[in-house]
Design a protein around this ligand. Structure first.
Ligand SMILES: Nc1ncnc2c1ncn2[C@@H]1O[C@H](COP(=O)(O)OP(=O)(O)OP(=O)(O)O)[C@@H](O)[C@H]1O
Ligand SMILES: [Mg+2]
Length: 304
């Protein structure tokens, strides 16, 4: 069968229309998971990768996330709040990047744009060279489910669910079988050091353990990118450092790109690069190796 023939949903037979971005994972009619079909047909989620591979532009492909002129203006009644102003940022595949900036500087706003949780007012976010604005609702859902893992400051676990249920939840949406989910959930919880806490609910776990569950959950569907917005914000210094070390280990071992926000200088040690943002703009970008971090001080400043 030629790849030019229309894709048909194996469940309901509906014809699946390719969109500009070429990412279709769910039948728009009956919502059946089309990933397998699409991968077989060398289409879904890969079209852009293929075109990049063909044009040999290794330099472009090196970046898993690129933002171009990213601007976000929140409108509150008559008042306009510019949260991001013209941000150009290239993030390398496999990089551990820290976004540093004071409260209100636009870190979470940037995360929401990169994570496809909100739309920019102007500018573009490219994930693997795919312009996010070109994705329809289904494609965006696919991207959020499969390609990106999220970790939040407040852990955001589901309180009535056990650790393993929280971790396996995103796998349900990705269409895994129960056995596969349980095996992978157990494995991930073991990786984050919670092999003996599978059936504990969040309130039966410490803050650090809850964040470990959230780290395991973020990895449920083997994402290429993990976005961690102030993952240590609600933890004490030691526990926070343990979480950062865990993220760094995952970054080193599995090559997942970690993008993390913090306003805490003590949390940047694991980073390859540090992007400083202020008032919605990139102020400067530093290599970790150029930053002088002593115990408790940076650039001679006292601990914050
Ligand atoms: N939904 C919203 N509506 C209106 N203004 C908003 C909204 N979200 C954020 N802002 C404003 O945008 C600016 C950037 O906010 P953002 O949450 O991105 O900052 P941040 O760097 O994450 O801060 P923090 O370190 O406190 O989490 C702030 O001035 C904030 O008040
Ligand atoms: Mg924030």
């Amino acid at each position: 069968m030629s790849s030019e023939e229309p894709l048909k949903c194996p469940k309901c037979g509906a014809e699946i229309e390719q969109t500009a971005a070429g990412l279709i994972s769910v039948c728009p009619k009956c919502h059946a998971d089309l990933t397998d079909l699409a991968v077989q047909r060398e289409k879904v989620g890969r079209k852009h990768d293929y075109s990049i591979a063909r044009d040999d532009s290794a330099t472009t492909h090196e970046f898993i996330v690129r933002t171009k002129g990213l601007t976000k203006i929140y409108t509150m009644g008559q008042v306009e709040v510019p949260a991001l102003k013209n941000v150009d940022l290239d993030i390398r595949r496999g990089e551990y990047l820290s976004i540093m900036g004071p409260s209100g500087s636009g870190k979470s706003t940037l995360f929401n744009m990169v994570g496809g949780l909100d739309k920019p007012t102007e500018g573009t976010v490219f994930i693997d060279e795919v312009d996010m604005a070109q994705l329809d609702a289904y494609e965006l859902a696919w991207l959020r489910c499969r390609k990106i893992g999220y970790i939040f400051q407040t852990f955001n676990l589901i309180p009535v669910m056990t650790a393993i249920e929280n971790v396996t939840l995103p796998m349900i949406f990705a269409g895994m079988t129960t056995d596969e989910m349980m095996d992978r959930g157990r494995e991930l919880l073991e990786t984050v050091g919670l092999g003996d806490r599978l059936h504990h609910k969040p309130f039966e776990l410490s803050g650090g353990q809850q964040q470990r569950v959230a780290v395991a959950r973020s990895l449920a569907n083997s994402p290429a990118i993990v976005l961690a917005d102030e993952p240590t914000g609600n933890l004490d210094l030691r526990t926070g450092r343990e979480i950062i070390e865990l993220l760094k280990e995952l970054n080193r071992e599995s090559g997942v790109t970690i993008i993390t926000a913090t306003h805490d200088l003590k949390m940047i040690e694991a980073s390859d690069r540090i992007v400083h943002i202020r008032d919605g703009q990139v102020e400067r970008i530093e290599l970790r190796s150029d930053v002088d971090i002593d115990v408790g001080t940076i650039h001679g400043q006292e601990e914050l």
